[in-house]
Design a protein around this ligand. Structure first.
Ligand code: PEP
Ligand code: MN
Length: 445
C-alpha cells in the first residue's frame, strides 16, 4: 500500500504546468484533506465497466460519443441546462447507434470539467494585468483582482457541483427519461424542421427501425435506461489527487472524480507530472494529440500509459484542425498499427479549428468541424484502423457560438446569445446535425 501511494505521488517531483498560484497554501492543504475525506463521485466497478466498453470501441465494436461544455460553470449546473445537455447527447447517440449499427458509449464532458489550461498566466486589459481565468474551480471570470485571485474554497464548490450534476445525470438516465422511444420522438422534431430536410431520409429509416423493434417485441423496459459515464481533463492536481482512492477490492488507485480522465495537449509531456500521475491510476485515460505530435511521441505515450496493452486503457483524442488532419493523422495511425498496439482513436474536431472574429468572439466554423470529422474517417479508412469516437464541445441550449450549421449563424449573429466562458460550443441543433453527418460516415465504413 505504501509503495502504491509513493508511486502515486511521484508526480510531485516532476515538472508541472498550468497549476494556479494559490495565495494561501495552508488553506489548500486543509481543503485537500477535506476533499480526501468526502465520498467518491464514481465507483471503481463502474470505471472498470467503462474501460471494458472503451476496449470494445478500440476493437471496432462500439463507438464513443463524448460531449459537454468547454468549461462547466457553477451557475450552469441547473436542472434545465443539465437536462438539455443530456438530452442532446442521448439524441445524438440514437442517430449514431443507427449509423454505426453498434453500441454507442455515452460520456459527458460533465460533472468535473471545471479547470482550464491557458496560453498565458495573466490577462491584460488596458493598463490592468490580472491572473488569467483558469476555470471556476480556481478563480472567477470577472476581471477584478478579487475574482481572479485563486481561491481554494472553490475546490469544494466544484466537488459539490459535480456531485449534484452527477446525481441528476444518474436520475435522468436511469429513471425513464432516456427511454429510446422518447429520445427518438425528440429527433423527429429535428428532422421535421425544413432547415434539416437533407436528413429526412435517415430520420425516416430510424423511425422504421424503431417501429420494427416494437413490432418484433423488443424489450423496451430494458431500453428505458442507459449507462452514461463522465470525464474531464485531469488538470488541477489539487483536485485530482485528493479524489484518488485505493479500491478496497483490488488495492489499486482510482481517480474517483470521474470515470474517464484525459490529459490535455498543453500538459502531456512524457516526463511531466500529469502523464506520470495518470500512468498510476486505473481509470481509462485519454491524451489529446495535436498536429505536431510525432509517431515516436505516440508510441512513447503508449509504452508509458499502457505497457500491458490493455483493451480500453488508452484513448488518443486527435485535434489536428481540418486543414491538417489528412497529413498529420495517417503517419500516427500507421506507426501505432505497426507497433501492434490498439488504442481507441477519437476525433476532437473542435480544438484545431478555433479563431477569433474581428469583433472579438472566439468561434469555430461548423463546416470545419465536419471537415475534420470527414478527414478523420478518411485517414482511418486508408490505414485500416478503427475510427472509434467523437469528442465535442456542445450545449443543449440555443446559443450562438459556432458559425454555420443549418440555421446559418453568421458573424453578426454570434452576439445574439454567446454564453461560453471559454471555447465556443455547438448548440443543440448543430450538435444533432453533426450526429447525422457522423452517422453517414459510419454507414460508409
Ligand atoms: C479542451 O478540451 O478544452 C482543451 C483545452 O483541449 P486541448 O487540450 O486539446 O487544447
Ligand atoms: Mn475547449
Amino acid at each position: 500500500m505504501q509503495h502504491t501511494l509513493d508511486a502515486l505521488d511521484a508526480w510531485r517531483e516532476l515538472p508541472i504546468k498550468q497549476q494556479p498560484s494559490w495565495p494561501d497554501s495552508a488553506k489548500v492543504e486543509l481543503v485537500s484533506a477535506e476533499l480526501a475525506s468526502l465520498p467518491p463521485l464514481v465507483f471503481a466497478g463502474e470505471v472498470d465497466d467503462m474501460r471494458y466498453r472503451l476496449g470494445q470501441a478500440a476493437a471496432g465494436n462500439a463507438f464513443l460519443l463524448q460531449g459537454g461544455d468547454c468549461a462547466e460553470t457553477f451557475a450552469g449546473a441547473t436542472a434545465d441546462q443539465i437536462r438539455n445537455r443530456i438530452k442532446t447527447i442521448l439524441q445524438m447517440a440514437v442517430v449514431l447507434t443507427y449509423g454505426a449499427s453498434m453500441p454507442v458509449v455515452k460520456m459527458g464532458r460533465m460533472a468535473g470539467q471545471f479547470a482550464k489550461p491557458r496560453s498565458s498566466d495573466s490577462e491584460t486589459r488596458g493598463d490592468v494585468t490580472l491572473p488569467a481565468f483558469r476555470g471556476e474551480i480556481v478563480n472567477g471570470f470577472d476581471f477584478t483582482e478579487e475574482s481572479r485571485t485563486a481561491d481554494p474554497s472553490r475546490l469544494l464548490k466544484a466537488y459539490h457541483t459535480a456531485a449534484s450534476t452527477l446525481n441528476l445525470i444518474r436520475a435522468f438516465t436511469q429513471g425513464g427519461f432516456a427511454d429510446l422511444r422518447e429520445v427518438h420522438s425528440w429527433n423527429k422534431g429535428f428532422a421535421a424542421n425544413p432547415a434539416n430536410k437533407k436528413y429526412e431520409q435517415m430520420a425516416v429509416e430510424i423511425d422504421r427501425a424503431v417501429k420494427f423493434m416494437e413490432a418484433a417485441g423488443a424489450d423496451f423496459e430494458e431500453l428505458k435506461r442507459v449507462d452514461f459515464f463522465t470525464g474531464h481533463e485531469g488538470l488541477l492536481m489539487d483536485y485530482e489527487r485528493p479524489m484518488t482512492r485505493i479500491d478496497s477490492r483490488t488495492g489499486d488507485p482510482y481517480d474517483t472524480s470521474a470515470h474517464f480522465i484525459w490529459v490535455g495537449e498543453r500538459t502531456r509531456e512524457l516526463d511531466g507530472a500529469h502523464i506520470d500521475f495518470v500512468s498510476k491510476i486505473r481509470n481509462p485515460i485519454g491524451v489529446k494529440l495535436g498536429p505536431t505530435t510525432t509517431p515516436e511521441t505516440a508510441l512513447a505515450l503508449i509504452d508509458k500509459l499502457d505497457p500491458e496493452r490493455e483493451p480500453g486503457r488508452l484513448t488518443f483524442i486527435t485535434r489536428m484542425g481540418a486543414g491538417k488532419i489528412r497529413e498529420a493523422l495517417p503517419p500516427l495511425l500507421e506507426a501505432v498499427k505497426a507497433s501492434g498496439a490498439q488504442p481507441l482513436w477519437v476525433t476532437d474536431p473542435m480544438h484545431g479549428n478555433g479563431f477569433a472574429t474581428p469583433t472579438g468572439y472566439k468561434t469555430r466554423r461548423f463546416d470545419d468541424v465536419v471537415d475534420e470529422v470527414r478527414g478523420f474517417f478518411e485517414a482511418h479508412r486508408a490505414v485500416g484502423t478503427h475510427p472509434g469516437g467523437i469528442h465535442v464541445e456542445l450545449t443543449g441550449d440555443d446559443v450562438t457560438e459556432c458559425l454555420g450549421g443549418s440555421e446559418a449563424i453568421d458573424e453578426a449573429g454570434l452576439a445574439t446569445r454567446y454564453e461560453s466562458l471559454c471555447d465556443p460550443r455547438l448548440n443543440h441543433m448543430q450538435s444533432l446535425e453533426l450526429a447525422f453527418l457522423v452517422a453517414e460516415e459510419l454507414e460508409k465504413r
